[in-house]
Design a protein around this ligand. Structure first.
Ligand SMILES: *[C@@H]1O[C@H](CO)[C@@H](O)[C@H](O)[C@H]1NC(C)=O
Ligand SMILES: *[C@@H]1O[C@H](CO)[C@@H](O)[C@H](O)[C@H]1NC(C)=O
Length: 313
């Protein structure tokens, strides 16, 4: 190879790396749960496919996925997965029905907490939200990094709602432990809850006592179909960190309302106790609740330092 050829190859590679840099975002997916999760990814129609559609993520581990800039789709976590008697891969929550770890174009079976993205949408902005419209199965946080323009706020649902879930919405495993909390639409199929039929417009479909259960605990998350104004966030040319089971106190401290300009808090402090509600649905007494709050406050600083050590944002 002569020098001219070499240098043009170099320029070409430089161009290629620059090109791929501006045309992709990175999603760092982090498992801070004490158990294994299997993230699933589903691309929207007419959007580029991803290098992976599902994988195992052990506790404390993370994996970064390169996402095309024009991508739209959703991401969720599957729990309690394994092989059934016919050697098909199945999960107790968030199952995508593919029979394998990769979801290969199938979405989550409700209830599942969803992270939804439309990258490089209207006005060149990324639109993102955490949705409980299809119910809830895991706490989740989205943090935008290095973006410019838009509100770029952190969003998510930081509390564990599986224990506190109203009994008529609750999904439990055989031993009684909660694995998910259905939306009222999914549980009752009523147009009033699904915002369908005669309830198909924002002025007619209003929040219900069920959607308010989710909204009070997770003020920034979508709680029903027309919850857009308080639940959709935007950022331009950002990378995203998606954290499963983030610690609520340290997250609130780092991404509290004052810091990122969002109107609603990330965590409703007066409801943090519901995360400590036992899996069998028994609630803590008022006294225990106060004690929990006090001891949690003294742990907050330690968690805060711990967090910064692990995730220098
Ligand atoms: C926080 O929770 C309380 C008690 O459920 C509720 O009254 C209040 O509206 C909630 N705050 C937000 C911002 O949702
Ligand atoms: C974020 O910004 C978008 C437009 O850039 C706006 O439509 C949306 O309401 C904002 N969200 C919040 C919760 O402030």
């Amino acid at each position: 190879m002569d020098r001219r050829h070499l240098s043009s190859t170099f320029v070409f590679l430089l161009f290629l790396s620059f090109f791929s840099e501006v045309n992709s975002a990175s999603f760092k997916i982090v498992n801070r749960c004490r158990h294994k999760i299997w993230p699933g990814l589903l691309s929207g129609a007419n959007t580029p496919q991803l290098p992976t559609t599902g994988f195992l993520l052990n506790p404390g581990k993370s994996r970064t996925v390169t996402i095309p800039r024009s991508w739209s789709g959703r991401l969720w976590g599957r729990t309690l997965c394994g092989l059934d008697s016919t050697r098909k891969f199945v999960c107790l929550s968030g199952d995508c029905g593919s029979g394998q770890v990769e979801c290969s174009g199938s979405g989550a079976k409700p209830p599942a907490t969803l992270a939804e993205f439309t990258l490089n949408g209207a006005g060149g902005l990324d639109f993102y939200d955490v949705s409980l419209v299809d119910g809830y199965n895991l706490p989740m946080l989205i943090v935008a990094k290095g973006g410019k323009g838009g509100n770029c706020s952190a969003t998510g649902c930081l509390l564990d709602l599986n224990g506190a879930c109203p009994s008529e919405l609750r999904v439990a495993r055989k031993d009684g432990g909660g694995v998910g909390c259905r939306s009222a639409c999914e549980a009752f199929g009523d147009p009033q809850y699904c915002c369908s039929g005669a309830f198909g417009t924002p002025d007619v479909c209003r929040p219900s006592t069920y959607s308010l259960f989710f909204k009070r605990a997770c003020p920034r998350a979508y709680s029903y179909a027309y919850d857009d104004t308080t639940s959709t966030y935007t950022c331009a040319s950002a990378d995203y960190v998606i954290i499963f089971c983030p610690p609520p106190y340290s997250s609130q401290k780092l991404f509290g309302e004052r810091k990122d300009g969002a109107v609603l808090p990330l965590v409703n402090k007066s409801m943090i106790y519901i995360s400590s509600v036992h899996a069998n649905g028994a609630s803590l007494s008022g006294l225990l609740r106060v004690q929990f709050t006090v001891s949690a406050a003294s742990f907050a600083m330690a968690l805060f330092l711990f967090w910064q050590h692990i995730f220098p944002l």
